[in-house]
Design a protein around this ligand. Structure first.
Ligand SMILES: NC(=O)c1ccc[n+]([C@@H]2O[C@H](COP(=O)([O-])OP(=O)(O)OC[C@H]3O[C@@H](n4cnc5c(N)ncnc54)[C@H](OP(=O)(O)O)[C@@H]3O)[C@@H](O)[C@H]2O)c1
Length: 281
């Protein structure tokens, strides 16, 4: 695939990446990481024009090129307009990162048909329709990465709607990987745990949520992940080194998904983990 990295005889083509939802959070961190490698980044957003323009300015300062496209990916028309703009201004694409997400957080009995419709339209449809559009622009192979979360495989309060969409994303990743392999397009998901961001703060502010610190204490890493750590994982999946990885979900969660109750944070002194032992102990 064309990865923009030096190799072969001709000059490397500049890598072009479209990120949905790159005005803030993980999308913005990824945009800046790509810019540091000299790529072109299309910064999609919905509301925050000032933040999107700030991301574009920072892309320039970091050594890349970029432009912002305001488009609501929750609507099929908005998504089409986004890809029309990419086609018009870039003519081709190397990477599509389906990152934008939004949800109401409700227990199952409080979810109505409109909640379900919006959740599908916002969190799954842009990935599927966007991947179709992206493949048509990937004239020399490419990479598609979708953002998932641990709610795809674990159940916790108010997350059923978004968790169901994330589980579907991971399934679609596998199907796309198979159908797009002949086009040289790899498709993977990155599944984040608790990642320090606006959306994490919003989630823990939902009425009735327990304090976040108690949850962090139960994660083996005992801290939230950073948006940079998620962006770095996506960068790897977009790199030459990940050329043989497709159809996979890479988990970035500090060990959250491998623990079960009883948690080390809750055990008595007799079982508490000591500070790191040394050879002299
Ligand atoms: N943060 C976490 O703890 C965490 C954990 C696991 C997985 N993830 C996943 O990682 C991804 C990014 O999360 P994040 O926390 O970085 O997001 P975020 O900070 O909430 O940012 C959301 C981005 O999506 C854009 N957006 C929202 N609705 C849109 C729409 N209808 N059309 C176009 N753009 C829209 C926003 O644009 P505006 O600025 O204009 O609103 C913003 O750029 C999501 O898929 C999320 O599920 C996050």
């Amino acid at each position: 695939m064309s990865n923009g990295e030096v190799g072969g005889n001709g000059p490397a083509r500049e890598r072009i990446t479209l990120i949905t939802g790159a005005s803030r959070g993980i999308g913005r961190a990824l945009a800046l990481a790509l810019a540091r490698q000299g790529g072109t980044v299309v910064v999609n957003y919905k509301r925050n024009t000032d933040l999107a323009e700030k991301t574009v300015a920072e892309i320039g300062e970091a050594g890349g090129r970029g432009f912002a496209v305001r488009a609501d990916v929750e609507t099929a028309d908005g998504l089409s307009e986004l890809f029309d703009e990419v086609a018009r201004r870039c003519g081709r694409l190397d990477h599509f990162v389906s990152n934008a997400a939004a949800s109401a957080f409700k227990n199952i009995m409080d979810i109505g048909p409109h909640h379900l419709d919006r959740s599908y339209a916002m969190n799954l449809r842009p990935f599927v329709l966007g991947a179709q559009q992206a493949v048509k622009l990937m004239d020399d192979g490419g990479r598609i990465v979708a953002l998932s979360s641990y709610g795809s495989v674990r159940a916790y309060p108010t997350y059923a709607m978004l968790g169901g969409m994330k589980a579907a994303i991971e399934a679609w990743v596998r199907y796309m990987a198979v159908e797009f392999a002949p086009y040289g397009v790899n498709v993977n998901a990155v599944n984040g745990g608790l990642i320090d961001s606006d959306s994490l703060q919003f989630f823990y502010n939902v009425e009735g949520m327990p304090p976040m610190q108690g949850v962090l204490d139960r994660i083996p890493a005992r801290r939230p992940g950073t948006i940079q750590e998620v962006a770095d994982t996506i960068m790897f999946l977009l790199s030459e080194g990940a050329g043989y990885i497709t159809g996979q979900t890479v988990v970035v969660d500090g060990g959250l998904s491998v623990v079960a109750p009883p948690f080390f944070a809750d055990v008595g002194e007799a079982l508490a983990l000591p500070p790191r032992p040394t050879r002299g102990d």
